[in-house]
Design a protein around this ligand. Structure first.
Ligand code: PLP
Length: 362
């Protein structure tokens, strides 16, 4: 069976090795005579898988002791609400930087909870760039500052993060967590839906500094209260056991690749190949992101005409490439090249782009 050249934005490609192992263990996990989906979430076998997934994240991101790693449900979208519900008190406001549709959505949910301010935005510039960190006027009285570290739809990514003194920096890292080395201690909260770099959809990772977890918030529904999940090691209710199992396998796979440092080097290599195909096309492929804001995870570009774009996507699909159409909200093309997308697939795509340009212009 030929695996697809999968450039989906999420859910996205998973490492083949992980899928092969999951298939092998599917009917009989750990000699239990059961599939992982049939295990009790209170069983010793599942608890060990659950703890391995959490420990894997701690090891790979060098998460300091004063952080809690939570495995929740509801996707990154529920975090848009949980963040303000837990961290935005009535006498404070929260600051947001708008760099794309997901930050807009995060802001919209926070507005329902409390007072918010937009301290920077690239909306007027069609979200082609990330505002310069040195130009941000960070309000040290804010409850927190929220950013989206990688903008999946527009294909832009923060390289330097704002340095906040007393204001917790909160990052939606759904589409670039574990793709590059980061200093977790710079952040108050990092959250990410798993379905791009971490595993399948269904589990959401929240890395939160322990002092930000407030106990006894009687006004909060239990399921939306970080302290409840932290107290029960994310086993307050039935967790998405299959997704957590796959997360644990992906963590092992990343370790086998040499950890995040090695993954980051590979990601740069992959992204450079495709950006080179854009840059060397003499304007045939038009990258959406400004050069210094380019994402190494989602590469967005347009072709000279709608007809050329249609033909490109049609031929790409015939070739076996999947998921190259841009997000329905902005159109164009997008190649999502998360950790599990092999270098060979990026080489093939870059070569395809060059060949397509040459034959189209003949
Ligand atoms: N934030 C970012 C940056 C995303 O790319 C996405 C989904 O693609 C989301 C949030 C929404 O995630 P979920 O579908 O897990 O709620």
């Amino acid at each position: 069976m030929k695996r697809a050249r999968n450039f989906n934005a999420g859910p996205a490609a998973l490492p083949e090795e992980v899928l092969v192992r999951a298939e092998k263990e599917f009917l009989n996990i750990n000699n239990s005579g059961m599939s992982v989906m049939e295990l009790s979430h209170r069983s010793a076998i599942f608890e060990s898988i659950h703890n391995q997934a959490i420990q894997g994240l701690k090891d790979l991101l060098y998460i300091p002791e004063n952080y809690e790693v939570l495995l929740l449900q509801g996707g990154a979208s529920l975090q848009f609400s949980m963040i303000p519900m837990n961290l935005l008190p009535a006498d404070k406001h929260a600051d947001y930087v708008l760099t794309g549709s997901w930050s807009e959505k995060a802001l919209k949910e926070a507005e329902k909870v409390g007072e918010t301010k937009i301290i920077a935005s690239s909306k007027d510039g069609s979200y082609k760039f990330i505002p310069n960190v040195n130009d941000l006027s960070i309000d040290e009285t804010a409850a927190y500052l929220h950013i989206t570290s990688n903008n999946t739809i527009y294909g832009t990514q923060w390289t330097d993060f704002p340095s906040t003194q007393s204001v917790p920096l909160i990052a939606d890292m759904s589409s670039d967590i574990l793709s590059r080395e980061i200093d977790v201690s710079k952040f108050g909260v990092i959250y990410a839906g798993a379905q791009k770099n971490l595993g399948p959809s269904g589990v959401t990772v929240v890395i939160i500094r322990k002092d930000l977890i407030q106990p006894n918030q009687t006004n909060l529904p239990s399921m939306l209260d970080y302290s409840i999940h932290a107290k029960s090691n994310s086993l307050y209710n039935t967790p998405p056991t299959m997704a957590i199992y796959l997360l644990s396998l992906v963590m092992e796979w990343v370790k086998k690749q040499g950890g995040v440092k090695a993954i980051e080097a590979m990601n740069s290599k992959k992204a450079n190949l495709i950006y080179a195909a854009i840059d060397e096309s003499e304007g045939f492929y038009i990258g959406h992101a400004e050069t210094n804001s380019r994402s190494k995870m989602n590469i967005t570009f347009n072709l000279p005409t709608k007809a050329a774009e249609k033909l490109f996507l049609q031929q790409a699909s015939e070739f076996g490439f999947v998921g190259l159409a841009g997000h329905r909200s902005i159109g164009g093309c997008r190649a999502s090249i998360y950790n599990a997308v092999p270098l060979a697939h990026c080489e093939e795509l870059a070569a395809f782009m060059k060949n397509f340009k040459n034959s189209y212009e003949k």
